[in-house]
Design a protein around this ligand. Structure first.
Ligand code: NAP
Length: 526
């Protein structure tokens, strides 16, 4: 079955796709789920449609009216989320993994709607802060006016969050008054396609506000203009290609990248093996390795432990991993399903072998796995893979095995640990586990510039934490350097970042009008 795209408010089938279409396989059974191609799709007309219809419709609404759209979207997705859960199993996801993606996406929509109502005015634009007096008198003031850009957001997404990622970006774009064109990654495009069907069936968005391109969008990069945003999530290698695309560079297309990173957790020297905080550390690592079979951009890849506790950490992690049941994600009792495809399984095997070249596998064998209720050869199954490696080797800090794998690295002292964590060259998230406040604050100073988010786990908060891997809508998601240097979420600050901030130098009467007029003065009435 060829997946359809949703362009110009209509579902369309690619043409002449027999030779170009890519088969997408069920991660568990290997059966073909669908075929994907963008051959013959008129992307130029789709972009024009977004700019001519979706943009003006959204820009004509106030922030609060746009928030109402997000609540309606959340209700529509929630009403049919069982369909998405069922399809997620075909991508190897357990119900728990699927909830992370789907319920997480619904929560993001609601969270943004609530924040927009309390943090943004009931106008289509925003005036930031109090006016500055720019002259001796009272009649010449300066403010910053934030207005929606008359462009579109092209989302290019990774395969691992086929529901949450498009909804999170859509929430921000809708609030910013911008239409969206969503391009899902091919291995899970069928999940995003179902999501967009649910949204379009509900008919809550204005025409042109949301379109879907299944298959390659490479030619569309030439269609982006000065008012558009290219919002990318995926590997650092693809981010580099898009960032340097000649049209993106020539037209200063705003580009946001959420790329891969080799995230770490650091066990502080004060945490003794067997203590409740040590056990929380072990659970955190194993959760990160197994949720979504380790296919999370924030997942822990490097486990930094003091050398005196290395043996105890390896033993405790291996013991916990031995309890993880792997197999058909739809079968009761299975804690970890498959990775998304056989190609992804091969990638992970290659990556872990490269890392283990300077060490050894402590738990798991990349070529063997025992699975429940599935064929381990036809499905993209992997065992959990725990490696012990030389901390001075390059690979553990550079290679991201995007699957259920982590590497334990022993550090000698605090300076060694801060040096090691920085060798990831910029990460999305790191966890620090310890109760020693002096050690933690010293470590934060060194580690913060290399990270988008630091998760500090101690004895007082270990029962309440949302976990290392969960980005939250109120907080910025993104990281420096290798992690892409981008920023997403951050509440309504992220929305404002998608809009144009213009310095206005004007008399108070025009500023008052802009602050109080719900829709602002229109060109027609001027
Ligand atoms: P990927 O191979 O880089 O692909 C990402 C997206 O880019 C896909 O939609 C892909 O389309 C598209 N693409 C690839 N080359 C392109 C090109 N030349 N022009 C236009 N589009 C292009 O990444 P992935 O394998 O899907 O995802 C896994 C990676 O994403 C991991 O490394 C993970 O760390 C990272 N990730 C990061 C975050 C974050 O927030 N930082 C979140 C999730 C995942 P096709 O699939 O059709 O090729």
């Amino acid at each position: 079955m060829l997946l359809e795209s949703y362009l110009q408010d209509t579902w369309v089938t690619p043409t002449a796709a027999d030779t170009t279409a890519v088969d997408v396989h069920d991660a568990v059974t290997g059966e073909t789920v669908c075929r994907v191609s963008s051959q013959g799709l008129d992307l130029a007309a789709a972009f024009d449609h977004a700019r001519a219809h979706g943009g003006p419709a959204l820009r004509g609404l106030t922030f609060h009216q746009r928030a109402d759209l997000l609540d309606a979207l959340a209700a529509a997705v929630r009403a049919r989320r069982e369909e998405l859960y069922a399809l997620s199993a075909r991508a190897g996801a357990t119900l728990n993994d699927a909830r992370y993606d789907i319920d997480g996406g619904i929560r993001v929509l609601r969270d943004y709607a609530a924040r927009a109502r309390t943090e943004l005015p009931d106008t289509p634009h925003l005036i930031e802060g109090p006016a500055e007096r720019l002259a001796r008198g009272e009649d010449f003031l300066g403010v910053h006016l934030v207005t929606p850009s008359p462009g579109l957001m092209l989302q290019v997404n990774a395969f691992n969050f086929p529901v949450w990622a498009p909804l999170e970006k859509l929430a921000q774009a809708v609030l910013a008054g911008m239409p969206s064109v969503v391009k899902p990654a091919t291995p899970t495009a069928y999940l995003t396609e179902r999501l967009i069907r649910i949204v379009t069936d509900a008919g809550v968005l204005p025409p042109g506000a949301l379109q879907l391109v299944v298959g390659s969008v490479r030619p569309a990069l030439d269609l982006l203009g000065e008012q558009d945003v290219l919002s990318f999530t995926g590997s650092a290698a693809t981010a580099a290609t898009l960032r340097t695309h000649p049209n993106v560079v020539a037209r200063s297309v705003r580009f946001n990248a959420e790329a891969d990173s080799v995230n770490a957790i650091v066990l502080a020297p004060d945490v003794t093996p067997g203590s409740p905080l040590f056990d929380a550390f072990v659970r955190e690592v194993v959760t990160e390795m197994t949720v979504k079979a380790g296919q999370k951009c924030t997942a822990i890849r490097r486990v930094l432990v003091p050398s005196e506790h290395e043996a105890a950490a390896l033993d405790a992690l291996a013991a916990e991993l031995a309890d993880v049941t792997i197999g058909n994600p739809a079968t009761e009792g299975v804690r970890m399903g498959a990775v998304v495809s056989l190609a992804q399984r091969d990638d992970v095997r290659r990556a872990v072998r490269t890392i283990a070249a300077s060490g050894r596998f402590v738990y798991g064998d990349p070529d063997k796995v025992r699975v429940v209720d599935a064929d381990p050869e036809r499905g993209a199954f992997l065992d959990t893979l725990l490696i012990s490696a030389d901390p001075e080797a390059a690979a553990p800090h550079e290679v991201e095995p995007f699957g259920p794998a982590a590497t334990v690295l022993a550090y000698t002292d605090t300076a060694h640990a801060t040096d090691l964590i920085a060798r990831g060259r910029g990460s999305l998230a790191a966890s620090l586990v310890g109760d020693d406040l002096a050690w933690t604050t010293a470590f934060i100073r060194e580690a913060a510039p290399w990270h988008g988010r630091l998760h500090l786990l101690d004895s007082t908060n270990m029962a309440q934490t949302t976990g290392h891997g969960s980005p939250l809508p109120a907080l910025r998601h993104g990281g420096p350097g290798r992690a892409g240097g981008g920023s997403e979420m951050a509440g309504t600050r992220g929305v404002v970042d998608l809009m144009q901030r213009t310095a206005l130098q004007a008399s108070p009467r025009i500023l008052d009008l802009l602050r109080t007029t719900p829709t602002g003065p229109s060109v027609d009435s001027a």
